[in-house]
Design a protein. Structure first.
Length: 139
């Protein structure tokens, strides 16, 4: 279900991520963990923003047997945010994954009326995770 391409030396338990994914879709998801330089290049190419970011998501066109999409996460953001917010790297990795997954599923916190924030809150409560990205950026 999760096609994990880990391009870093960090290691994560994907059990929670797989459980979350199964609750939304039976489609495959490509998950890439990379560094700031590569995510900066991707961000520049696809969003015309020449800077690294924490997570990017790319929904695929709906076709039979196609994956749902790709999620790209920066390992530096995982490391730094986990220290800054005093939780584990696995928790931060999971939060970033949830954020990317919700974007792939069509949620958009920049244009919706709080639906994505609400859905993130439901998931983090269910899995006993720290505050979501949206909550942290609002505070």
């Amino acid at each position: 279900m999760i096609d994990f391409d880990n391009r870093t030396s960090l290691h994560f338990d994907l059990t929670t991520i797989e459980s979350i994914t199964k609750s939304f879709t039976d489609k495959d998801i490509e998950l890439i963990l990379t560094g700031n330089e590569e995510i900066r290049i991707i961000n520049k190419e696809f969003r015309n923003i020449d800077s690294p970011t924490d997570v990017l998501s790319f929904p695929y066109e709906e076709m039979p047997f196609s994956p749902l999409g790709s999620i790209v996460i920066s390992c530096e953001y995982v490391e730094n945010a986990s220290k800054k917010f005093n939780h584990t790297q696995n928790e931060e990795f999971t939060l970033l994954f949830i954020h990317g997954l919700l974007h792939i599923l069509g949620y958009d916190h920049e244009t919706d009326n709080g639906e994505m924030r609400h859905k993130e809150s439901e998931i983090i409560k269910k899995y006993n995770l720290p505050n979501s990205l949206i909550v942290r950026t609002e505070g």
